[in-house]
Design a protein around this ligand. Structure first.
Ligand code: UDP
Length: 474
């Protein structure tokens, strides 16, 4: 452990898997370095990560959960609906976002009851800025999107003249690389991000699930622009894997997809998943399934249909699709939660058709898997650019339409032909695909170096904890 005594740190993850998973991983990393960690959350959210921290507690790490109430009754939400992963409409999602404001007094009580040395909330809890100021508790902000995205958002805001035309592609000026966007971003998204970034003011900096080598020029750009410090502590799933010791596993069941992958050749399978929130329209799923079949490659397709009737109807499946791919032993459907990091790390997986959620990108890089990009909503359109135009470790499908919401599928559909062509460009083992694969492997090496002893993310976490050391009570 770097600092003199253990720091007492409270974390407050936002109620969505893409936010909660990496912040809980950060809490686990800090607990593994001997500090005393408390995750403040609501009962159903705690259940989602209870199993992962259980092992750490068994290993003797100081990690505890301080439960607060979720305002279900006040919001008219059913018991247990406390995370965006259970939302199927924007209305329910809106209520969960509202809950993030309503819990303020509960969090305040938890902070007053036993004040921590440092508080690390998700960036969405904008009220934490004033609360921590009044309680005089030092604060760092966790931002689950990438610094590259923030730079894109700022550049787009600064250059409205770049979006005068009705159709794309649009050139984005003012950034370290010449970049283009196929669709026009919604002004609402920029405004939202702007207000979030204000929440970083007065903090000891912003923590991101990334590593310096991935967005170095953009970090410099961001620090110059905002005057705030960025702490790269990632890829967090890889850091946890490398540095948090696990107790011996007893009879852990292996997911059937991993056994299925065992029978496949190296780099031969495309893994397809659109994250924990995106609900694709039936039409879009149909185009996607048809494209996967037509590509001739093996695949695992994850489909989240949260609604019981939808699950039973399966209107989107092309006729005979499941029987055909089963008979040819070429495809597998996962309905519901997939063990994504384990699937990506399987040697048989040679490509990832992704919605470009930031965690998905970090996990793919960690596994050295090149991507086929098909962004779903908000920051994902920017992540696509980092993958394809900045680093070249992915093939772009793009989007037909900009959306700020993962629900109520888009009106415009990306055609099956467009998806099929991109999949073939990566998976056909041609010159272009192999070049992209090589770049993904090179970035993986950089990520592994970053999380290892003496690597940039490892050192950044040490520096962060050293920076916080003077905050310990004398
Ligand atoms: N995830 C998973 N299984 C699934 C879907 C998602 O393990 O079936 C995990 C994924 O590995 C990632 C997180 O959920 O850690 C999703 O975050 P991301 O930023 O990729 O996308 P979001 O869900 O926020 O759109």
């Amino acid at each position: 452990m770097e600092s003199a005594g253990p720091l007492k740190i409270y974390f407050l993850p936002f109620f969505a898997q893409g936010h909660q998973i990496p912040l809980v991983q950060l809490a686990r990393l800090i607990a593994a370095r001997g500090h005393h960690v408390t995750i403040v959350t609501t009962p159903a959210n705690a259940q989602l990560f209870q199993k992962t921290i259980h092992d750490d507690i068994v290993s003797g790490h100081h990690i505890r959960v301080r439960l607060i109430k979720f305002p279900n009754t006040h919001l008219g939400l059913p018991e247990g609906v406390e995370n965006l992963v259970s939302a199927t409409t924007s209305a329910t999602a809106g209520k969960i976002h509202m809950a993030a404001h309503l819990i303020q007094s509960e969090v305040e009580a938890a902070l007053k009851e036993s004040p921590p040395d440092v508080f690390i909330p998700d960036i969405l809890f904008t009220w934490s800025k004033d609360l921590c100021k009044s309680l005089q508790i030092p604060r760092l902000v966790f931002n689950p999107i990438s610094i590259f995205d923030v730079c894109m958002i700022q550049a787009i805001k600064a250059h409205p003249e770049a979006f005068l035309s009705d159709s794309g592609p649009y050139q984005i000026p003012g950034l370290p690389h010449p970049l283009t966007l196929p669709v026009k971003p919604s002004p609402g998204f920029a405004a939202l991000t702007e207000s979030l970034l204000e929440g970083e003011e007065g903090s000891h900096g912003v923590i991101v699930n990334s590593f310096a080598e991935l967005d170095a020029e953009y970090t410099q750009h961001y620090e110059n622009l905002t005057g705030r410090k960025v702490w790269h502590v990632g890829p967090s799933s890889l850091m946890v894997e490398q540095s948090v010791k696990k107790p011996a596993i007893v009879n852990e069941t292996r997911h059937e997809s991993l056994t299925w992958l065992d029978s496949k050749e190296k780099d031969s399978v495309l893994y397809v998943c659109f994250g924990s929130l995106s609900l694709l329209s039936d039409k879009q799923l149909y185009e996607l399934a048809t494209a996967l079949d037509a590509s001739g490659h093996s695949f695992i397709l994850v489909v989240h249909r949260k609604n019981k009737e939808e699950e039973e109807e399966e209107k989107w499946l092309p006729e005979g699709f499941e029987e055909k791919i089963g008979k040819e032993k070429r495809g597998m459907l996962i309905r519901g939660w997939a063990p994504q990091p384990s699937i990506l790390s399987h040697p048989a997986v040679g490509g990832f058709l992704t919605h470009c959620g930031w965690n998905a990108v970090a996990e793919a890089i960690s596994a050295g898997v090149p991507m086929v990009t098909m962004p779903g909503f908000s920051d994902q359109y920017y992540n696509e650019k980092l993958i394809t135009e900045v680093h070249g470790f992915g093939v772009e499908v793009g989007a037909a339409e900009w959306s700020i919401s993962p629900y109520e599928g888009k009106k415009e559909v990306v055609s099956g032909e467009r998806i099929e062509e991109a999949v073939k460009r990566l998976m056909d083992k041609g010159e272009e695909g192999e070049k992209i694969r090589k770049k993904a492997r090179e970035m993986q090496e950089k990520a592994w170096r970053a999380v290892g002893e003496g690597g940039s993310s490892h050192n950044s976490l040490t520096a962060l904890l050293d920076h916080l050391k003077p905050l310990l009570p004398k």
